[in-house]
Design a protein around this ligand. Sequence first.
Ligand code: ADP
Length: 359
Amino acid sequence: MVRKSLCLVRGSINNDEYFHVKSLVRPGQTIYSKGFSRRAGGKGANQAVAIARATLRSQDENADHGPCVEFEGSVGDDGTWLLDYLAAFGVSTARSHLVENATGRAIIQVAQDGENSIILFPGANHALIPLPSTLDPKYTHLLLQNEIPLETTVHYMRLSKSSRLASASNGSTVTTIFNPSPLPSSVELASIPWDCVDWLIVNEDEALALLESFSADQTDSGLQTPSPSANRDEDTLRSLLNQLSNHPLFSALTNIICTRGARGVVALAPSIPKSGKDEPVYVSLPAATLSGPVVDTTGAGDCFAGYFVCGLMELTSGIYGNDLESILQRSVEASGMCVQKNGTIDSIPLRADVEPRMK
Ligand code: ADP
């Protein structure tokens, strides 16, 4: 029997406050802002909404399919609107926590020349929440980022692995996807149980920083020193991803998705059997052909991650014709649409608008 896909996103949620200024405020200076807007943000919230926006809807919009994505995060009294906002996109927030801390907040100055500066206050995202002892077997997918305490993220990774071992006999496993952004410090990176991760989603700089960090105290490992991203051709990147994927810290079946901004995406997927060849599936796709100028790249990575995870969920549900390449293609098209609009959550396109762009 095919399981209904359900993803738990355990992550961050923020009040993002934008101040539009002539130029960024200098030390000791007080300036007026010419505009102000408040938006929902946080990588966990962004990616949960992206999964909901990427979900295929039936013709009958009134049919009750139940939410396919649940968000677990924490807000204070000043952030309950954020949970309502997520719910309006079809994200279930029943697992989220109302805590005494103020909600996480990003204070973002955007100058006339496009430059920005951001103060990030983690607030409720770092509130102490009791950690569960098991992961509900109803979840087929678990999506994690790095804007909540690393101990929590690591705990959920370990839960996913133990629930996988416990349920191996009945096939109800959970697929864990980790987008380690912003990248943890080298010391923190060493504490992550990488073998619990099925899919790693990183951008090019993060992939290289990971490799550098892993090879820092392994001078005998034969790992190459990564070249600066501007000079890196695709063959070099592929070989670096191979080195990362073969690192003993990873499981032999950990798949890596590496996004490359305007250069598209590459993926190395050892968990996908490739007939006749003893090497992992490798896919490389250019970025989407844009119909207009790039307006705002904020949140492109989150849009990509949500669409990608939704594609994995459809694989679990046995939706016909969804292979890795078409999942990546849809994610590339969606994130390409995202960079042509302002905002983060507001710029994540609806699946119905992405689908016509698929060849
Ligand atoms: P992050 O925001 O996490 O650093 P990237 O910058 O790699 O992630 O962007 C994620 C995806 O968004 C890319 O793989 C690409 O498909 C799309 N994208 C980002 N920037 C552009 C761009 N300038 N033009 C077209 N697509 C883009």
